[in-house]
Ligand binder design. Structure first.
Ligand SMILES: [Zn+2]
Ligand SMILES: [Zn+2]
Length: 201
């Protein structure tokens, strides 16, 4: 066999020139060969460890997501109704932020509510109707049961007789389910965000 051309040992801390005895020989000696093999083993193990750690992290993450999903799944429907109502009411208060109380026309620094003209108890189908809900002071909302006589007049002045008549007319009760309330919640979150962005712009 013809003599193979000399080459440099690939072991990093050796790098000596040597004459390979066979094809594919890349290290000069048995010592360099075993040193390179050891380094490679260490690298392989480190990589395996990284892969395993990543897998564990992903598993934990999935576990947490699953737990969160389970916690949501066991929540009663009332939880999602309440959530959607909170966001809707926040939207109404923000929409009417520059207005006075819809019933007593009073400006004050205290807490404002979102007051439904037709109550959510008697008319759950109008729970998320924007014509049916307006910024109201806590006195009118809580202590005067909505102060409806004044509310009625102000509401007609605000939305007009035609829309008021539609509001007072019959409404179908939608068969809202969990996902519908979630959708309403998200819709009003988006609407509120949009409204706030319009103010900034
Ligand atoms: Zn060597
Ligand atoms: Zn009031």
């Amino acid at each position: 066999m013809a003599k193979l051309p000399r080459r440099k040992c690939t072991h990093k801390s050796c790098r000596q020139w040597f004459h390979p005895m066979r094809n594919g020989q890349i290290v000069c000696s048995y010592e360099c060969a075993s040193a390179v093999a050891k380094e490679q083993t260490a690298k392989t193990r480190a990589k395996a460890l990284r892969v395993e750690k990543k897998r564990q992290r992903e598993e934990e993450k999935e576990g947490r997501a699953l737990q969160a999903e389970r916690r949501q799944a066991v929540k009663p429907l009332s939880h999602f109704i309440k959530q959607a109502q909170q966001v809707f009411n926040e939207f109404i208060r923000y929409r009417d932020r520059h207005l006075t109380c819809v019933s007593c026309d009073r400006h004050h620094d205290g807490q404002y509510h979102a007051g439904h003209f037709r109550t959510t108890g008697a008319n759950p189908e109008l729970r998320f109707n924007e014509d049916n809900c307006h910024k109201q002071c806590s006195v009118c909302n809580n202590h005067l049961s909505g102060n409806l006589t004044a509310y009625r007049l102000a509401l007609i002045a605000k939305i007009g007789q035609a829309r008021f008549d539609v509001l007072m007319g019959p409404h179908e009760l939608p068969k809202w389910k969990r996902d519908d309330y979630i959708q309403i919640r998200d819709e009003y979150r988006a609407k509120l965000k949009e409204l706030k962005q319009q103010v900034v712009a």
